[in-house]
Design a protein around this ligand. Structure first.
Ligand code: OOB
Length: 544
């Protein structure tokens, strides 16, 4: 089933001279995820690695490694192998780690879907990556993933296996897969091989896939650990969806495992669930998106739960306002660390010993001395120091191109390999970045990224719709919400806004992509050359 020819041409990697430089500098250590866990398990088998309070489980390093090895053998015996893509869509449960470490071990590539994704996204991931397997929970947040899997499997010929955590229905129960760890032989991946595919927030019709290697991602982990002071005594609480790059690697669950610390899975992000867990498991560090940080700050002021173990709260994924940032440390009794990162690579952190003013007014500085930062104008010319411009970056853990997307890569990367982040930033005299805005056509709804074009394409399929434009509306809580401006077809049945929302939901798009508002209009404002002026629509939307 594995197909060696399709391994590397799919992903533009670092030119050899850069790879050599990153190895020589000691960033790429020649480790793989599989061996990393094996080494930790050998060094401290009895230490607790993963705590899943919902399932009442505490797995030691020894147990997690053993489970991953047995599941790897089981996967291999079912024909999964190096380079195969496996869409993994699990909530915050211990099996998430068992599954991804099993896949890492055999060199199959997890494709990290989010729990909120629905049929439209999942079918696309499975089709586009020619996935051979899909891993799901039975029911999560009231949604039966098995039915979705049945439909997708009927349409995607490569998709041979559906593995279910829980009641499998017509699919395969994950618990039935593991085999004796030495029962099956399989080749190990190399450190320079791809480890998995992350998803981009996207600014075009479909999400792009981000190819990350063992070498580069492991560097981002230990680099983050140094900056966030994560060590074997750290306890990281996974509040956001475990598969997202932020809670996975900044420094996240994988950073904590790298350091030999503990990972605690939070089944739901509300303070009523999270605070007692922090108190009970003595959580030291966690990461939140700004809207959640606001809720926690509010709740933390007069909580009866003991949060004294919490040293660091990372906030990122979207811009955190200075006013809100100032309230974090007093309310929660911990150090705030702003993080401005992207699944494509570059991650910036404020440092724990930065002055408070820097922590509350900037989004941090890069992990690595080898992260190259360019801030340029519309003509790609570097702006004067301190001026605002487009952020371009290149470095030891920033991708050189998306997976199977040569045309898109030509636009998203410069000829010399810098990634065009689409973010508009300025750099302070201390080298910290301040995010001033965004040039990409993307909506950031409280850290959840929405490509307007993807939603527009769905709404355009409605028989009554002539044209549509989706824009961001400023929002005090989420930062941004979405508004869909719709022009109806002449003579079409009048359409209620709620019917447009229902249509998007029924087309199988994740709930966070359903427009918050729908406005029916006769025409769109236009730019000088007759294109839809999203800028004017945004202005109109903020006055609604
Ligand atoms: C994180 O990753 P993605 O891939 O979901 O989104 C990346 C984009 C950035 O390009 C930027 O537009 C925005 O999210 N962003 C921020 C931000 N952090 C991310 N914008 C303003 N201020 C911030 N602090 O969102 C992500 C990945 C790793 C760590 C943290 C966040």
């Amino acid at each position: 089933m594995s197909n060696p020819e399709t391994l590397s041409p799919d992903a533009p990697l670092w030119p050899e001279e850069f790879a050599e430089r990153y190895r020589a500098a000691g960033y790429w250590r020649g480790e793989t995820f599989g061996r990393m866990l094996q080494e930790r398990a050998a060094a401290h088998p009895g230490r607790v690695a993963v705590i899943d309070p919902a399932g009442g489980r505490r797995w030691t390093y020894g147990e997690l490694d053993k489970r991953a090895r047995r599941l790897a053998a089981g996967f291999a015996s079912r024909g999964l192998g190096k380079g195969d893509r496996v869409v993994v869509q699990l909530p915050n449960v211990a099996e998430f780690f068992e599954v991804i470490f099993a896949l890492f071990r055999i060199g199959a590539l997890p494709v990290f879907a989010l729990p909120a994704h629905r049929e439209s996204e999942i079918r696309y991931f499975c089709e586009f990556t020619e996935a051979v397997a899909y891993v799901i929970p039975d029911v999560a947040a009231g949604f039966d993933h098995r039915e979705l899997a049945t439909r997708v499997r009927a349409e995607v010929p490569t998709l041979k296996n559906v593995f279910v955590v829980g009641e499998p229905g017509e699919h395969t129960c994950l618990a039935d897969v593991p085999l004796d760890a030495d029962a099956v032989a399989y080749p190990e991946p190399e450190p320079s091989d791809l480890a998995f595919l992350q998803l981009s927030g996207g600014s075009t019709g479909v999400p792009k896939l981000i190819p990350r290697t063992h070498d580069d991602y492991l560097y981002s982990l230990w680099g983050s650990n140094e900056i966030c002071a994560v060590d074997e005594n750290s306890v990281y609480l996974v509040v956001l969806p475990a598969a997202h790059n932020f809670p996975l690697s900044s420094p996240g669950s994988l950073g904590a495992l790298y350091a030999g610390g503990k990972v605690v899975l939070c089944p739901s992000p509300d303070p009523e669930t999270a605070f007692p867990l922090i108190a009970r498991e003595r959580v030291t560090i966690t990461g939140l998106v700004p809207p959640l940080a606001l809720v926690w700050t509010e709740a933390g002021q007069d909580t009866r739960h003991n949060l004294s173990s919490l040293d660091v709260l990372l906030v990122g994924g979207a811009k955190f306002s200075e006013e809100a940032a100032r309230r974090v440390a007093p309310a929660l009794g911990c150090t705030l660390q702003q993080v401005f990162g992207m699944a494509e690579g570059l991650v910036n952190y404020t440092r724990l010993d930065d002055p408070v003013e820097t922590i509350v007014t900037t989004q941090g500085r890069p992990i690595s001395p080898h992260d190259e930062i360019r801030i340029v104008d519309d003509e790609d010319q570097e702006v004067a120091p301190g001026e605002t411009g487009h952020l371009l970056t290149r470095g030891p853990y920033t991708i050189r191109g998306y997976w199977r997307a040569p045309e898109h890569n030509a636009r998203s990367f410069t000829e010399d390999g810098f990634y065009r982040t689409g973010d508009v930033v300025r750099m302070t005299a201390t080298g910290h970045l301040v995010v001033e805005g965004r040039a990409k056509d993307q909506i950031n709804r409280g850290g959840e990224k929405i490509a307007p074009e993807e939603v527009e394409n769905v709404i355009l399929a409605h028989p009554s719709v002539h044209d549509v434009s989706v824009v961001a509306v400023p929002d005090a809580y989420l930062g941004e919400r979405t508004c869909a401006y719709v022009i109806l077809r002449e003579g079409a049945e009048p359409l209620k806004p709620v019917a447009v929302k229902k249509f998007v939901r029924e087309r199988g798009l994740a709930a966070y992509k359903v427009p918050d508002r729908v406005e029916l209009v006769a025409a769109f404002p236009q730019t000088g050359i007759g294109k839809v002026s999203k800028k004017d629509l945004r202005t109109a939307a903020s006055d609604l």
